[in-house]
Design a protein around this ligand. Structure first.
Ligand SMILES: [Ca+2]
Length: 349
């Protein structure tokens, strides 16, 4: 076995692909792995050859593969342009409010649902759940928590942000590599395409859950909501993207700042009365964001909700606040989390 390590400067998602090729008098097989620890390696490199010249060919191919993979990772992680000033340019800190809240009502919620997107519409929750292999789109009766309609997401994709736009549900379904190897040329090429910058999402008929079309977006996709004319998407960074709801082309980009610092890990979203509400991944609080400036103007600290639930799981999947929905008709704010057994209707004060 030959193992080659090369440091790449960013945190890529796990990426693993097998290369197997046969040349005259050479058999070559390699497993390329880009791990979360920034290590790019060629593992399990097997070669059989009959001449010295073939060694040159194989070493050249290996060097080419490593170089290509490093360039590929750099390309994927290149910083995106922003219309906002850098953090250092923000000299004033926005005055923030930390809101108190009261729990108005509790609703049951599927404790197995790894909630990544939540909306309330016409008396029902619509929910996107994640985890590769068990992601779904759901319609839920609030009073009972009963899942009355469900559609499985492609088992290799990950259910993420969800919103409704003019009678259609829109769900982000990025692909994140699991640990299984890729054995087929088709899936290999599809993964390369996804990882070269594009992921897809789906629009569904809201009544039947039948897919109507797919759409592409660059990079990852976490949360999704919309204002009067644009979709708003998060991707785990401090930046929000505004997208055309019909063509999904990017219209604008907004960097979110909290006290002069970029607020990273923006996750599930909801646009409520002119502000963007955002979960911050693995935190117990919701940021209220001014959509024109990107400033966080308020926080809702919901850590106290955990005392109203039994102990939440940490492994193998970690429960966390991640679901914001708004009943515009009755002005009700509803929150839940990944693997939470309850949805809470809260009132701010
Ligand atoms: Ca939402």
């Amino acid at each position: 076995m030959v193992r080659i390590n090369a440091v790449v400067p960013v945190l890529p998602p796990p990426l693993r692909f097998r290369v197997r090729m046969s040349l005259p008098r050479i058999q070559f097989e390699a497993l390329l792995v880009a791990s979360r620890r920034n290590i790019l390696c060629i593992d399990k490199l097997f070669m059989r050859m009959r001449s010295r010249r073939n060694w040159v060919v194989v070493i050249g191919l290996a060097a080419l593969a490593v170089t290509g993979a490093i360039v590929f990772e750099r390309f994927r992680s290149a910083p995106k342009p922003s219309h906002q000033s850098p953090a250092a340019g923000r000299k004033t800190e926005t005055v923030k409010s930390v809101y108190e809240y009261e729990v108005v009502r509790e609703y049951p919620h599927d404790a197995q649902a790894f909630t990544q997107g939540l909306i309330f519409l016409d008396g029902y929750f619509y929910e996107s759940t994640g985890v590769t292999g068990r992601s779904s789109l759901r319609k839920v009766r609030p009073e009972t928590g009963e899942v009355i309609q469900q559609r499985a997401v492609n088992r290799r994709d990950y259910g993420e942000g969800l919103t409704e736009w003019r009678g259609k549900l829109m769900q982000l379904t990025p692909r994140r590599r699991g640990s299984e190897p890729i054995w087929h040329v088709y899936t290999f090429l599809e993964d390369v395409s996804r990882h070269f910058g594009y992921n897809i999402g789906w629009t569904y008929d809201i009544a039947s859950f039948e897919p109507r079309s797919s759409f592409k977006y660059r990079g990852d996709g976490w949360g999704l909501t919309h204002d009067e004319r644009r979709l708003i998407m998060s991707d785990g960074s401090s930046k929000l993207r505004f997208l055309n709801p019909e063509s999904f082309t990017e219209l604008d980009r907004l960097e979110v700042f909290d006290g002069g610092r970029p607020l990273e890990n923006l996750n599930e979203l909801e646009f409520i009365n002119g502000k963007i509400y955002a979960n911050v991944a693995l935190q117990d609080r919701i940021a209220m964001i001014e959509p024109d400036s990107g400033d966080v103007t308020g926080w809702i600290d919901l850590a106290g909700l955990k005392s109203r639930m039994p102990p939440l799981p940490e492994k193998p999947l970690r429960a966390a606040l991640n679901g914001i929905a708004y009943d515009a008709e009755k002005e009700r704010l509803l929150v839940t989390g990944k693997l939470w057994p309850k949805v809470f209707e809260i009132r701010l004060r």
